[in-house]
Structures are given as structure tokens and as C-alpha cells.
Design a protein around this ligand. Structure first.
Ligand code: FPP
Length: 224
């Protein structure tokens, strides 16, 4: 059976779901949060060590202010309400990306990271204001600044994902087949699953189906 330590997810389709069922994109984000909770629970059950969720990309700033504010409010409320529960579940929360949000959200994110720092269960990496190209360029700049040799080993120590294995599995919901500037370096050998369902419709059974299929793949890593 293929080891599965790290699952990465592009949670796509909230906006379309919201428009389809509630005539509002934001309602889709709200519903998407319920899927997030389902997938966290199932990841713990499956003993997955790292779950990386693409919640807001550097390109998402192009969206209408109203939608951006709604998303950040949702996140603030989620952290305010659920941080203790996450902590009690031994979850470690880690932010991938640059924290340049409102003072309040920056504070909540830092507090959440600090509070859960020593937890040893599932690590949730929330990719927020994250862009993979910027991450890679910044890593090269740091190599240069520290006068290190450009090697794979040195480069990965400057990525946001240092100290964790690369994802073995990437899931993208929403019937779209692209990577959208997500973990371009780290996904070099990931198995990629594009799922037709919109993120708010994605549930534990869909997740398990993907995991089962992943387990059945013969992973060669260039070998035969
Ligand atoms: C992509 O769907 C989704 C996002 C940009 C935001 C993801 C947010 C959530 C799942 C809920 C909030 C999560 C947390 C952790 C607070 P889209 O809006 O691009 O969908 P579309 O392709 O249908 O427009």
C-alpha cells in the first residue's frame, strides 16, 4: 500500500455551488467550510499527518472586495469558535503564505499557530495569500543571501513547507484541471485527482474513494 502522509487539496467550486443553490457565491464559501470540517475529521481517522488546504491564493485578491471580506470573516469566526476544539484534537495549525491581512486576522492566525505549535496530531497547513512562484523565487533569494549552493536540499529548506514531506496526493474539486500556482515544487511527484463535484458537495465518501484509488496506484518515481 502506498504511504499517505500528506494530502493537498484545491477546494474549488464554492462560488458555483453558491450561485446554483443559494444565488450567492458567498453562501458557497460558507457551505465549503462544512466540507473542510468533514475532511479534517476523516483525515484524522485515516491517520494522515499533513493536510494542506488552498484557502486563498495571491491571485484571489483580484476578487470583489465584498467576497474577500466575507472569506476572511468566515475564517476569523472559524478560528474564534473552533480553535479550542482543534487544539483539543491535537491538531497543529500552520499558515503557508504571507500573513498580511487585517490586524485582527493576523493576530488570530498567529495565536492559533502558537497555541497549537506543540501538538503532534494532524498538521493543517492553511494556504492563505499563498503563491507557489513567489515562494520559489523567495527561496532562491534566501539561498543567495545566505551564500548557499543552489541544490535541491538547500532550496527546500527555504520553502514554506520545510520540515514536512511533499504531498503524495493532490485533490482538486470543481471539475477544473489546473494547478493554479499551488505547490508547484512540492507536487512534482504527487498523484493528482481531479474531481467533478464542487467543493461543498465533496464529502467523506468521495475522499475515501480517492484515497482508495490512490492506494491502488503503482508509484514508480521514474523507475519501472
Ligand atoms: C475556491 O472556490 C475557493 C476559495 C477561493 C476559498 C476556499 C474557502 C473555503 C473552502 C471556505 C473557507 C475556508 C476556511 C478555512 C475558512 P471558487 O470560489 O473559486 O469557486 P468557483 O470556481 O465556483 O468560482
Amino acid at each position: 500500500m502506498n504511504p499517505l502522509n500528506h494530502v493537498a487539496i484545491i477546494m474549488d467550486g464554492n462560488g458555483r455551488w453558491g450561485l446554483k443553490y443559494k444565488k450567492s457565491r458567498n453562501a458557497g464559501h460558507k457551505a465549503g467550510l462544512i466540507s473542510v470540517e468533514k475532511i479534517i475529521k476523516e483525515s484524522i481517522k485515516r491517520n494522515i499527518k499533513f493536510l494542506t488546504l488552498y484557502a486563498f491564493s495571491t491571485e484571489n485578491w483580484k476578487r470583489p472586495k465584498k467576497e474577500i471580506n466575507y472569506l476572511f470573516n468566515l475564517l476569523e469566526n472559524f478560528l474564534a469558535k473552533k480553535l479550542n476544539k482543534l487544539n483539543n484534537q491535537n491538531i497543529k495549525l500552520n499558515i503557508l503564505g504571507t500573513k498580511n491581512f487585517s490586524k485582527k486576522l493576523n493576530f488570530l492566525l498567529k495565536t492559533a499557530e502558537k497555541k497549537t505549535l506543540n501538538n503532534t496530531g494532524l498538521q493543517i497547513n492553511l494556504a492563505l495569500n499563498y503563491g507557489s512562484k513567489t515562494e520559489i523565487i523567495d527561496a532562491f533569494k534566501k539561498i543567495n543571501k545566505n551564500k548557499k549552493k543552489i541544490t535541491e536540499k538547500n532550496l527546500i529548506t527555504y520553502l514554506h513547507t520545510k520540515d514536512m514531506p511533499d504531498p503524495e496526493l493532490l485533490i482538486r474539486t470543481g471539475n477544473t484541471k489546473r494547478l493554479s500556482n499551488f505547490l508547484l515544487w512540492q507536487l512534482a511527484y504527487a498523484e493528482i485527482f481531479f474531481v467533478k463535484k464542487l467543493w461543498p458537495d465533496f464529502n467523506e465518501a468521495d475522499y475515501l474513494k480517492v484515497i482508495k484509488e490512490f492506494q491502488s496506484i503503482k508509484r514508480n518515481f521514474g523507475n519501472i
